[in-house]
Design a protein around this ligand. Structure first.
Ligand code: NAD
Length: 360
């Protein structure tokens, strides 16, 4: 068995639809713990997000940061970020920088019975997660004139490129790198140079270069042709919402934020405030985030069980939320996935009993 110790998980339910989809993911993780002997996840909830601003004057209270620091991984729900100048910056952006979670890995794969652009899409967006336009450095140089800094470094470009090539080596051995160096000659020139330098270490990986505007079109035209797509922060953020739609929408895609010492896992989608509290949205993205977290913790079998259960529910087509053409509630879908996990556990127990009886 792969489990040898308990894992501490910091759980941030967030706001908007965050608490609902987090609750749904916890129903699934509970079922997993009940059905897998030796699996111990110590889940500790902590507050962060929009509501904390009014309560504590910050969207990331120090107590929450302490809970995260004491954990093995963080499962984060979406959070609303106010848009007024001077308001707190996004919790996700703060955590990515604080823990140097430089790689945002966002897979998109065609799923059973889910309408998608092509039946065989299987791509991963690898987004640089710590700099670019998300450095959050903006100035009003004179009334009505604003400047935002787009910071691109050789170090960050090379390390994100390495993540992309390493992933490609385990997959279809193709990296598509996306930039706008024809306009942003200096900054994207540095990114491009970084990727080309690292590419030399991976001669077995096919390399494809695209400008971001052309990429936005190619993602619709030939999504099945991509394997690993690596790009800078904002381009990666935009392209991953687009890529999500090619496989059925934001209700289905999750992302890992990985650094050298820590990992934070969240859905690609945001807090969708207009759906908050309606028990209506798709919890699968958040459940896939939990699955990616299990993988990161080395709990391969647990991750596979979660994925299999979600695919089982999709294949059956009985419990689907509105975005997939159904009318099920968030929690009904979560419970259906949890039931599949329990059934898998029972089946495995029976098979192991049979094996012991006949081959002991
Ligand atoms: P959003 O992703 O919250 O919602 C866009 C639309 O996508 C929704 O209106 C809905 O139609 C659909 N959608 C999203 N999640 C879904 C789900 N689980 N099931 C079914 N449909 C779903 O994007 P937005 O409206 O641009 O942003 C809302 C807020 O979320 C903003 O304050 C933004 O800053 C924040 N946000 C947070 C994160 C994060 O916490 N990491 C990420 C993105 C956006």
């Amino acid at each position: 068995m792969e489990m040898s110790r308990a894992f501490k998980i910091a759980v941030l339910p967030g706001d908007g639809i965050g608490p609902e989809v987090t609750e749904a993911a916890l129903i699934v993780l509970d079922a997993l713990q009940d059905s897998m002997k030796g699996l111990e996840l110590r889940l500790e909830k902590a507050e962060a997000g929009y509501d904390c601003i009014r309560k504590y004057g910050t969207n990331l209270p120090p107590e929450t940061l302490d809970v995260i620091k004491g954990s093995d991984a963080c499962l984060k729900g979406p959070m609303t970020t106010p848009e007024e100048p001077g308001s707190p910056i996004s919790v996700a952006v703060t955590l990515r920088k604080y823990f140097d979670l430089y790689a945002n890995i966002r897979p998109c794969k065609s799923l059973p019975r889910v309408p998608c652009l092509k039946p065989n899409i299987d791509l991963i967006i690898v987004r640089e997660n710590t700099e670019g336009l998300y450095s959050g450095k903006e100035f009003e140089v004179s009334p009505g004139v604003g400047v935002a800094l787009r910071i691109i470094t050789k170090r960050a470009s090379e390390r994100i490129a390495r993540v992309a090539f390493e992933l490609a080596m385990k997959r279809k051995r193709k990296v598509s790198f996306v930039h706008k160096a024809n306009i942003l000659k200096l900054t994207d020139g540095i990114f491009k140079e970084g990727v080309l330098k690292v590419a030399k270490e991976y001669p077995g990986v096919e390399l494809e270069e695209l400008h971001v505007d052309a990429m936005a079109m190619q993602l619709i035209k030939r999504p099945e042709s991509f394997d690993v797509i690596v790009t800078t922060n904002m381009f990666g953020d935009i392209l991953s919402d687009e890529a999500a739609q090619t496989v059925g929408g934001l209700g289905l895609t999750a992302g890992a934020n990985i650094g050298d010492r820590f990992g934070m896992f969240e859905p690609v989608h945001g807090s969708a405030p207009k759906y908050a509290g309606q028990n209506k949205v798709n919890p699968m993205a958040m459940i896939f985030a939990a699955k990616m977290m299990l993988e990161y913790l080395g709990l391969k079998e647990a991750a596979e069980r979660v994925e299999k259960a979600v695919l089982g529910v999709l294949e059956e087509g009985k419990y689907l939320t509105y975005d997939l053409g159904g009318s099920s509630k968030t929690m009904e879908v979560a419970r259906a996935i949890a039931e599949k996990i329990k059934a898998q556990g029972e089946r495995m127990k029976m098979e192991s009993n049979l094996r012991n009886r006949f081959f002991a």
